[in-house]
Design a protein around this ligand. Sequence first.
Ligand code: ZN
Length: 372
Amino acid sequence: MSTTTQRKVEAKGVEKVLVPPQPHVPAKMTAAVLYGSEDLRVEQISVPKVSADEVLLRVRIALTDGTDLKVWKRGYHARMIQPPAVFGHEVVGEIVRVGHDVGDRWTVGTRVVAANSAPCLRCYNCRRGQENLCEDLLFNNGAYAEYMKIPGRIVRENMLEVPGQVTDEDAAQVEPLACVLRGIHEMAPRPGDTVTVIGCGSIGLKFIRMLSRRGFRVIAVGRRAASIELALRMGAAACINSAEIEDPVKAVRELTEGQRGADCVVEAAGTTLTWRWALQMARRGGVVNLFSGLPGGTTVEIEPAAIHYSEIKIISPFHHTPRFIREALEAIRHGDVLARDFVTEEIRLADLPEAFRKMKSRSGEIKLAVRP
Ligand SMILES: [Zn+2]
C-alpha cells in the first residue's frame, strides 16, 4: 500500500470510511540483539507485528541504564529477558501502528513514553495498592531497535503522551525517575531533614536533585571527582569522596547536628559495603532506604542491636507504580530533572556493543542516548 494515498475501508459493507494515511513501516529493522553474557550483536530482524490491543512505536530515543548493563553482563534477566532478545527499556517513540481494539485513544504520529512494565490491577498485591509487586507484572523490553512493540496492558496503564515542549531525552527518563520518586515517597523525609545519598550514578544524582529541590539538605557520597562535582550541581549541600577518606561513616556523621547521623540515608551505589555504611550513617530513629538491588545470594552482615536499640527503619523500595510514572512525567515537564545532566553521550545503534564494553569499566556512571 502506498504511504501517500488514503486507504478506503468497507464498513458494514455499505459506507466507505476514510482512515488517515499509515506511515511506511519496513519488514526488517536494525536492532541490537543480546545472545548471552557480553554478547550483543547489531542485526537485521523482523519488525514486530502488533495484535489488536498493541501499538508499534518508531523508537526516537532509548537511554541506557544500570539494569541494562547488569543484563548485558549476565546475558539474561530471570524475569525480563531470555536471549536471544532485543532489550533496552527507557524509551520515547512515535506511534506508527495502532491495533484494531485500541480505538481512538491513541493515534498514529503521537509521541509517547512507555514504561517497561504494567501491573495486572487484579492480583492480591495490586488490590492492596502495591502494584510494583504485582504477581503478574508484565515486562516489556526492546528499545534498542528501530521499532518497538508495546503490549496492550502497558498501552492501557503505563503509556503517556509526551507534552510538546518536553524533549525526547528528558521524557525517556520517566521510568528511572518514577522509581526514585516512589523511593522518596516510601522514605517520607520530614521538613528540615538531612538526607545522605550514597552513590552518584544517574539514580543517586536523581535522588540528590529531587530531594534538594524539595528543600532537604543533602549530603552526597561518591567516589569520583567528576560525579561529586555533578552532585554539587544537582543541589547537594556537601559531598564526601569515599575514595579519599578513610572513614566515610564518620565523615557523614560529622556533617550532621551533634554528629548524630542523617535523618534519612539512601543507598544507591549497589555494594554490600555501602549497604553497611547506610545502616551506620543514619541517626537513632532514622530511615535507611536500601534502594539498589544486589544479585541473589548476596548477604550483608548487620549488627541487630545497632538497628533495634536505635530503632532504625529499613526500607528497600523496588520498581514503580502507574501513579509514579505519571508523577515522573509531571516532574520532567516542570524541568525538575534534565537529561543533559545525566546523559553523557549520544550514539547510534551500531555503536552499542562497543558502548557496553566501555560502560563495564565505569559501571553506572555513563548514561547514553541511543538514537536509531
Ligand atoms: Zn497484579
